[in-house]
Write a protein that binds this ligand. Structure first.
Ligand code: FES
Length: 228
């Protein structure tokens, strides 16, 4: 999924026709670039190829280190070669740089926003967790960020793409449930196959948290079925 979105994004950036909003709409959970920007570059920094890519970007007027890092990490196998960068042409490269700059700005804004507090009751662990989240995160992100608490309770086997149902959460109040953004088709399809589904069930990986959801209370079902 990620690989195909990434190639789609790079292909359109190359053609200068990439649209961030369009790509996000096709992506089941989060902006693709958020994921891309989190990728490690174990083969990258400090190597001759990385230096060459940075020199090439600098020669095209892209001097900002954070922006350079973002562009380099957006490639499937970073760092890209100079030939790969050249193949974008000037228009494609500036389209890619603009998309990365937008995503970096959004990430910065999310980081500055006031934290959101959510509560998770687990009948399996017999505990109530109080977790702090940032705008734009999902329960999938929270499970990864809190491996010894929520991560122990929520497997998220499919990696957050609405394909396993192990992130099933039940919203405690009908009022809170009604105030949430409506689920996409993929989420509804998966909920149809989910065990112990209720009228206020959602997939935690598809619930993008906003400040309006501060205080959200959810309960984990006693059983989950990994459909992945
Ligand atoms: S993590 Fe698999 S459906 Fe949510």
């Amino acid at each position: 999924m990620l690989a195909s979105c990434r190639s789609h994004f790079l292909r359109e950036a190359k053609a200068g026709t990439w649209s961030f909003a369009k790509d996000c709409a096709r992506t089941p959970r989060k902006p693709v670039l958020s994921l891309l920007l989190q990728r490690s570059t174990s083969t990258g920094p400090g190597t001759a190829k990385d230096d060459a890519a940075r020199r090439y970007l600098a020669s095209k007027g892209i001097q900002d280190k954070e922006l350079m890092d973002g562009i380099i990490k957006s490639f499937p196998s970073p760092p890209p070669s100079v030939r790969e960068l050249e193949s974008f042409g000037d228009a494609g490269l500036s389209s890619l740089a603009a998309a990365v700059a937008r995503e970096l700005a959004e990430t910065r804004l999310r980081a500055q926003a006031a934290p959101i507090v959510v509560f998770v009751d687990s009948p399996r662990g017999n505990v109530r967790l109080e977790l702090q989240a940032k705008e734009g995160q999902t329960f999938f992100d929270l499970a990864k960020e809190n491996p010894s608490t929520l991560g122990m309770e929520m497997e998220c086997a499919c990696g957050g793409i609405a394909a396993c149902s192990t992130c099933h959460v039940i919203i405690d109040s009908k009022e809170q449930f009604d105030s949430l953004p409506a689920p996409e088709e993929a989420e509804l399809d998966m909920l149809d196959l989910t065990e112990e589904v209720t009228k206020t069930s959602r997939l935690g990986c598809q619930l993008v948290l906003t400040s309006k959801m501060n205080g959200l209370c959810v309960t984990l079902p006693a059983q989950v079925k990994n459909l992945w």
